[in-house]
Write a protein that binds this ligand. Sequence first.
Ligand SMILES: [Ca+2]
Ligand SMILES: [Ca+2]
Length: 379
Amino acid sequence: MKNKPFWLFAALALFIISLAYGYTKLIVPKKETADAVQCHETPNIGSPSTFQPTIENKHKPAGKAPKGMVWIPGGEFSMGSSAEDESLCSIKGVTKDAAPIHRVYVDGYYMDESEVTNEEFEKFVKATGYVTVAEQKPTKEEFPDASEEDLITGSAVFTPASSAVNLNNFLQWWRYEPGADWRHPEGPQSTIKGKGNYPVVHVVYEDAAAYAKWAGKRLPTEAEWEFAARGGKTGNLYVWGNDLKPKGKFQANIYQGHFPIKDRDTGEDGFKGIAPTKQYAPNGYGLYDMAGNVWEWVNDWYSIDYYRTLAESGKTAKNPQGPDAYYDPSDPTQIKRVHRGGSFLCTDQYCTRYMVGTRGKGEIRSAANHVGFRCVKDK
Ligand SMILES: [Ca+2]
Ligand SMILES: [Ca+2]
């Protein structure tokens, strides 16, 4: 960062970014100690009986799936989360936007088997000359209160704290890094050389949508994303089942250890920080990393009460496209769409949104080094 921290701009960007992780004043462990907070409780998963069986469509298109994609049959399923704990630290109520469980039908579609990678995104940029939002100089129109010298390109980068911090102040582990973008995920000195199979990051909604259009695809709806993530199973807590660590093994790239302290991500799941795609077993439909690694943009506007509206209709929602408008009472001026799946920074202390039915959200022009995407394609 140059001489002067550009707080207006940076604070805004970071605040926006933080929302993707479910930041709220509620997310403060009961007891902060110098060592790891002990938060390994079983989440209250509510009443499993509210989940009705997933009924997959039988139709399967003739021919092969497009390269790198798998067929998702679609059908009827119960969507949302009855988990009453956002984290496993007895902090309740933060998953309210994922309730109630409601019945949804989606048509079949193809889905990228993995998060879009650097290699894939580079092909798009080479073919089109596309410049991502993080690479564009912010304008006075967009940030009228920022001084000219503060209007510089960059993005939000996770930066571990030097010691234990109270988790209610995300500025302690996020910084606005000038020059950070998809080619320089940790800042201008970093590169993606040798990381072609890592998920692309520092992409905002319009970057993801532009890639999808170029590829002849589109971003999934939130319902399509969740149907696919559940892999044909009914009402599971995680993409792979109801046990976070079946046979003692992590099934996704998340965060172990005392968040967010430097060198305290133990990497018990095999990775400290971001991982290449496809390092864990795929789900029932052959999809990788639907939990963790990077958050994934979906097409729907974020509205805190959308699920309630659908449930109150009393009908099965058919191919829901999301609400007509964004609505987040915690931050009503920011324009947000939904993120799904959690990231390598989601821990059992903070933000357990790798749980399959839970939701994230992001301001549509804010990027960070743990947000990416994947696409779908109609048959
Ligand atoms: Ca990890
Ligand atoms: Ca993911």
